[in-house]
Design a protein around this ligand. Sequence first.
Ligand code: ATP
Ligand code: MG
Length: 297
Amino acid sequence: MIKQEHIKQLCVVPGKKFHLKDFDTGWAQIEEFKQYDKEALKDHANSLLEQNLLDLTSEQQLLYADDRYSLLIIFQAMDAAGKDGTIKHVMSGVNPQGCQVFSFKRPSDEEINHNFLWRYMKCLPERGRIGIFNRSYYEDVLVVKVHPELLKNLPDSKKNTVFWEDRYEDINTFEHHLVRNGTVVLKFFLNVSKEEQKKRFMERLLRPEKNWKFSASDLSERERWSDYMHAYEEAIRATNTEWAPWYIVPADNKWVTRALVADIITSTLRRLELKLPKLSETQLKILEEARKILENE
Ligand code: ATP
Ligand code: MG
């Protein structure tokens, strides 16, 4: 496990001015990782990930048996920051029956014809389950803020100067509602640098088996990089609440991202002190009787 004080370096401090440039995209920011060179870091991060995956498997079983909490994990990032790979690796030891992943793309006509939280509400995890959002309602204050033309279906009177503040408030209230009802909300921003994104795009273009991952819009969105960074900063600043905090995870090294995300998920579940349900005297009697019946068959 990574020390809590080191994980705290990834948190946005409530009330403090938040700037993405204060967060390293590599690993230099994480005290625990500083002592390693690149190769040794990879080994260390991988062994941390391995241990956390074992712990996560047992914590998930307890979450399911305990059946009081659910866990919602949100991944937001620029293209090619590694959302898919992180989800694949971190959740590899998890029982698929207790976990669901939803990837949110451009909304359909039906979705656009509802309030902006509608399509996400339908996908929230049941008690005892883990729900993963690969992109989320944050897109509605990120890509939509960078491309306000996407808002065309709203009445003009609603597109006023406090429109975005209202949306942040809606998100905070929505998340507060979830937390008050037993959902733990974890939000990860995978913080990749513009240089690393270029490398990953080049790889997608040069390696035939990766070609399918590249889409034409990737370059046009990259051109709006600083608008996106600005939108992310404003959204994270406004929605970093004590009940649903943001983690800014360095994403230029995939193994560092995965080790950190796995560690945060596992330690969050551990803090819930989940327990196997305690059986009542009557339930124990029923079990005892069932055992006797089977023994005498
Ligand atoms: P990859 O990292 O593999 O490219 P992805 O999550 O980017 O995966 P894509 O199919 O490439 O998946 O892109 C999904 C697109 O849908 C993104 O550009 C995203 O901004 C857009 N999108 C998601 N939610 C919304 C929304 N509410 N309104 C408008 N666009 C959205
Ligand atoms: Mg994409």
